[in-house]
Design a protein around this ligand. Structure first.
Ligand code: NAD
Length: 414
């Protein structure tokens, strides 16, 4: 099938590479550097599997029918399927997702192609697909939620937890295309989680949208829960590790996804939980609002705890003007992305107290970030810092263990 993918980010690029194994794929973006990068055979994002696939293709060990373009008409005109994977940022003013890039893409497709099926992979508000199909008078738009993790984008599409497609269940053609899209993803799968087959769900549009936002809000809830457990333990001088181990041994709870952090971060969990809260409009709830506000409370607690350390350095160790160093802005190891990372919120809170700060972030090429000097040399950064904030532990921090402030207990869980 001739496939066009709009947006060469984590979602779009991983799907483009995945489908290019069996289909003719054109990836479209509005950023010239990304297009040029992919056309040189390299990945514009940090993702080990995408890089491996592209390297193998360059060496002739793998066939990928993939090219990139900036030209929407070139990408869309002959496409039979267009996948939209453009951003849907949360707009603080409207308190709703900004879906304009999805609508721009739909308009650009229909300007040159009335026939192609459009599958929206961007995360959208609950109810969006029905509205957009009505607004555009277009029955060939579907929604399929994406569940990949950043840094493991292609890996997660090769080993998905499930494939969900939202369709108009009363429209046979739409249901049939939903099944066809599932098949295209299934034939590219290596195997599901724990080597099991990948479950498929064909559901209504609105249910598919709800699945995505409820799944991410549950993940945010789980992070927030173990962070709040850690806040309690830290405030009361208890051993967080012992408590979490004892809690997780209940098989209904499990010992996974329970490693404390400075807060849930990344592009998706903060915005998706806020969007779900907005969708609750006039529907009673307590938990969803609590998930959203718990993250700010956690960052306040971490910042206050660090400020107490700063005071202790002043009063007990005589350090006149302690420097707080921020080790990495990224949300987790193996990622080049620091959209909405919790450590930034902590950093901003500490900075408002006039504490001197420095940042170590190799993916930044600016001299300052949020008014804080960036140091590119790790040893110089560590030497200048009296306290080093690390949301996630890294082996390079070991020699400076007495300076490290982290709540990361497992040191290897992402
Ligand atoms: N990142 C994730 O882990 C993840 C997981 C599941 C779902 N999602 C959702 O998928 C969507 C995309 O996320 P992402 O992380 O891949 O975003 P991203 O910001 O990494 O990539 C989006 C890309 O779209 C491009 N773009 C913007 N407008 C465009 C247009 N009109 N035409 C073509 N390209 C355009 C941007 O230049 C960018 O390269 C979002 O809705 C997000 O919520 C993301």
């Amino acid at each position: 099938m001739r496939v066009a993918v709009a947006g060469m980010g984590y979602v779009g690029l991983s799907l483009a590479v995945l489908l290019a194994q069996r289909h003719e794929v054109v990836a479209l973006d509005v950023v010239p550097e990304k297009v040029a990068c992919l056309n040189r055979g390299t990945s514009p994002i940090v993702d080990s599997e995408i890089s491996r696939f592209l390297d193998e293709c360059a060496r002739g060990e793998r066939v990928l029918d993939l090219r990139a373009t900036l030209d929407a008409a070139e990408a869309y005109t002959d496409a039979e399927l267009v996948i939209i994977a453009t951003p849907t940022n949360y707009d603080e003013h409207t308190q709703y997702f900004d879906t304009s890039s999805v609508e721009d893409a739909i308009r650009a497709v229909r300007a040159v192609n009335r026939e192609a099926w459009i599958v929206v992979k961007s995360t959208i508000p609950v109810g969006y697909t029905v509205q957009v199909r009505e607004r555009f008078g277009d029955k060939r738009i579907l929604f399929s939620p994406e569940f990949l993790r950043e840094g493991k984008a292609l890996y997660d599409n090769l080993h998905p937890s499930r494939i969900v497609v939202g369709v108009d269940l009363s429209d046979a053609a739409c249901v049939a295309f939903g099944h066809q899209f599932v098949s295209m993803l299934q034939e590219a799968v290596e195997h599901g989680v724990d080597s099991k087959p990948v479950p498929e769900l064909i559901v209504g549009f609105t249910e598919a949208e709800a699945i995505k936002l409820f799944a991410n809000t549950y993940l945010a809830l789980r992070v927030a829960y173990f962070n709040e457990l850690d806040t309690y333990a830290k405030a009361r001088g208890l051993d967080t590790r012992q408590i979490i181990e004892g809690v997780g041994l209940d098989p209904r709870i499990g010992a996974h996804y329970n490693n404390p952090s400075f807060g849930y971060g990344g592009y998706c969990l903060p915005k998706d939980s806020k969007q779900l809260l907005a969708n609750y409009d006039r529907v009673p709830q307590n938990l969803i609002g609590a998930v959203v506000s718990a993250n700010a409370t956690r960052k306040d607690f971490i910042a206050d705890d660090v400020l107490r350390e700063v005071d202790r350095l002043r009063s007990e160790r005589g350090v006149e003007d302690p420097v707080v160093g921020v080790y990495r802005l990224t949300i987790k190891p193996g990622s080049d992305n620091f959209r909405q990372s919790a450590i930034q919120g902590v950093m901003q809170r500490i900075k408002t107290h006039g504490v001197r700060m420095v940042v170590f972030e190799p993916v930044l090429d600016t001299a300052e970030f949020l008014g804080v000097p960036v140091i590119r040399d790790f040893d110089e950064f560590a030497a200048q810092s009296d306290i080093i904030l690390a949301n996630r532990w890294n082996e390079c921090l070991s020699p400076y263990a007495d300076k490290i402030y982290t709540r990361d207990l497992s040191h290897n869980e992402q």
